[in-house]
Design a protein around this ligand. Structure first.
Ligand code: ATP
Ligand code: MG
Length: 558
């Protein structure tokens, strides 16, 4: 075995090991079919991305496929808007499914399965109220007690179940339960619900049904109907596995198997659709695609690339224990990707005017500046050099400390891709604030053709004051002030960061004028920025994707 092969073998995650074992044993003829089963009750988030990369990635690696299955058994919270957004996001992440399925496609089949269990004496209609059922359920250490309806005849159960379907009974008045084991230490096996009555309109089946299958009765059976070989879900479903197997065994259907891995949790955010929906509905964010949201659509709008999200999911691996992943790892991944692909541009956000006194008033001199040093083939763009320029306020100090290599009276700096300038005069207003600085440029010092022989230590970004275009820049900080808002006392929303958005104006070099929504740039010395769809012909809007360095870790003293 070569070192490469060894490495490869070592890096198998535990699910890949299971799949490889199955293939070796010829299980299902070596076939691998996974599924990604979102409930269409919200937009996908980065946790779902982990599940998508795992399910689709696994199938791809082993020559199989993946079904996209909408787990739409809960009509009250589901919507087509969510279905459409989910399909869009999965494709955007770079994956395609073999078949698009809906659990609701199987309502007839599931109903038939239920009647088969009734006929086998393995399911019964219970007329007890929810409270009565809960009271008889027992505790993990104390067995449950049978409901008075547990030993109904098959005929009576079939009749009642059919009438449940026909809408003869009120919501909450009856349920269909599996007859398993009231003494089981696994509470999920103590005669779990299979069907409940719900007079709700379903986004696909309309008003055809007034009984809906529970997750546990729908999921495994849907897997079996589709002949899914590896049904991968998150750890909270471990106690459901026995029930998953029980239904499959007693229905004698395709033996799909469930495997569990740890949910992805990220610092400084929340990762549940229910909570994210609250943020949207209560106006804490502008929508599901607010760039502060951990949703795929929010990350996309923020400037994240599919590659960066896939790399992130790869890097965190597949864990067997719940953990909290540092947001800065996600940021590292997008920085790494954009460093390769994003064109460089100059933007000044806190302008200080520089007047180049020895440069002609009306002259506009083009300076060539490289688009991307990581991709020399992308060539140069032109930056206009003029008599009046902007640099950042923080790049000038009137009384600098030692080793301050930026602009200061008497000091020289290089303007990136242009000339070396020297500061000769500081112009102040009546209150003593610096209004502008006067400099001279060194004529033979132009970048690329520098014959000045001067050595300067500081290089600044700059724009032409007359040629620059004002743009809006939306800068984002963590959505929450604490690492794990869900584990704090009280309402998670009490921990929102009130300063998660700040809007500033930037002065951008004219090459940015043609930028289109979705384009990403590195603003030199600042970070990565993506054009927001809110941009108009008159005004470009940029979202700061991420800074150049991990400032947060520094601030937190990490
Ligand atoms: P939420 O609590 O956010 O609604 P969910 O698990 O109810 O999450 P589903 O739409 O039911 O959301 O999930 C679809 C698939 O994505 C499931 O297989 C689920 O296990 C997986 N998934 C959801 N959240 C995460 C996460 N944070 N990490 C990894 N996988 C996840
Ligand atoms: Mg769910």
């Amino acid at each position: 075995m070569t070192i490469e092969e060894k490495k490869e073998e070592k890096s198998l995650n535990f699910i890949e090991e299971i799949v490889e074992d199955d293939i070796r044993e010829g299980k299902h003829g070596g076939r691998v079919l996974t599924r990604f089963p979102p409930e269409p009750n919200g937009y996908l988030h980065i946790g779902h991305a982990k599940s998508i990369c795992l399910n689709f990635g696994l199938a791809k690696k082993y020559g199989g496929g993946t079904n996209l299955r909408f787990d739409d058994t809960n009509p009250t919270t589901e919507d087509v808007e969510y279905v459409d957004s989910i399909k869009y996001d999965v494709r955007w992440l770079g994956f395609d499914w073999v078949e698009e399925r809906y659990a609701s496609d199987y309502f007839d089949q599931l109903y038939t399965f239920a009647t088969e269990l009734i006929k086998a004496g393995l399911a019964y209609v219970d007329d007890s109220t929810a409270e009565e059922i809960a009271a008889l359920k027992g505790t993990p250490t104390e067995p449950g007690k049978p409901s008075p309806y547990r030993d109904r005849s098959v005929e009576e159960n079939l009749d009642l179940f059919e009438r449940m379907r026909k809408g003869e009974f009120a919501e909450g008045s009856r349920v269909l339960r599996a007859k398993i084991d009231l003494a089981s230490p696994n509470m999920h096996l103590r005669d779990p619900f299979m069907y409940r009555i719900k007079f709700a309109h379903h986004h696909r089946t309309g008003d055809t049904w007034c009984i809906y299958p529970m997750y546990d009765f729908a999921h495994g059976q849907s897997d079996a109907i589709e002949k899914i070989t590896h049904s991968i879900c998150t750890l909270e479903f471990i106690p459901h596995r026995a029930l998953y197997d029980w239904f499959i065994k007693n229905l004698e259907i395709f033996p799909s198997k469930q495997y569990e891995f740890a949910r992805l949790n990220l610092t400084y955010t929340v990762m549940s659709k229910r909570k994210l929906l609250q943020l949207v509905n209560e106006g804490h964010v502008t929508g599901w695609d607010d760039p502060r949201m951990p949703t795929i659509s929010g990350l996309r709008r923020r400037g994240y690339t599919p590659e960066s999200i896939r790399n992130f999911c790869d890097r965190i691996g597949v864990a067997k224990r719940d953990n909290l992943i540092d947001m800065s790892l996600l940021e590292f991944c997008v920085r790494e990707d954009l460093n390769k692909s994003a064109a460089r541009r100059m933007v000044v956000t806190d302008p200080l005017k520089v007047v180049v006194t020895n440069f002609p008033e009306d002259k506009v001199e083009p300076c060539q500046s490289e688009n991307n040093p990581e991709q020399p083939e992308t060539g140069d763009r032109e930056m206009p050099f003029t008599r009046e320029l902007y640099i950042e306020q923080e790049d000038f100090m009137e009384n600098p400390p030692k080793k301050y290599f930026r602009l200061a009276p008497g000091q020289m700096v290089r303007l990136k891709s242009a000339y070396i300038i020297q500061c000769n005069e500081v112009v102040k207003d009546a209150d003593g604030n610096v209004q502008e600085v006067h400099c001279t440029y060194i004529e033979n010092s132009k970048s690329g053709q520098d014959e000045s022989g001067l050595k300067v230590k500081g290089t600044l970004h700059w724009v032409s004051a007359s040629e620059a275009i004002p743009v809006e820049i939306r800068q984002y900080d963590r959505l929450f002030r604490v690492e794990d808002p869900s584990s704090e006392e009280g309402d998670f929303k009490d921990y929102l960061n009130p300063d998660s958005l700040s809007v500033i104006t930037g002065y951008a070099e004219p090459a940015l004028q043609s930028a289109q929504p979705g384009d990403s740039f590195q603003f030199l010395r600042k970070g990565y920025f993506a054009v927001d769809p809110d941009s108009t012909a008159d005004k470009l809007v940029f979202n700061r994707t991420v800074g150049l360095r991990d400032n947060w870790a520094k601030e937190a003293g990490k």
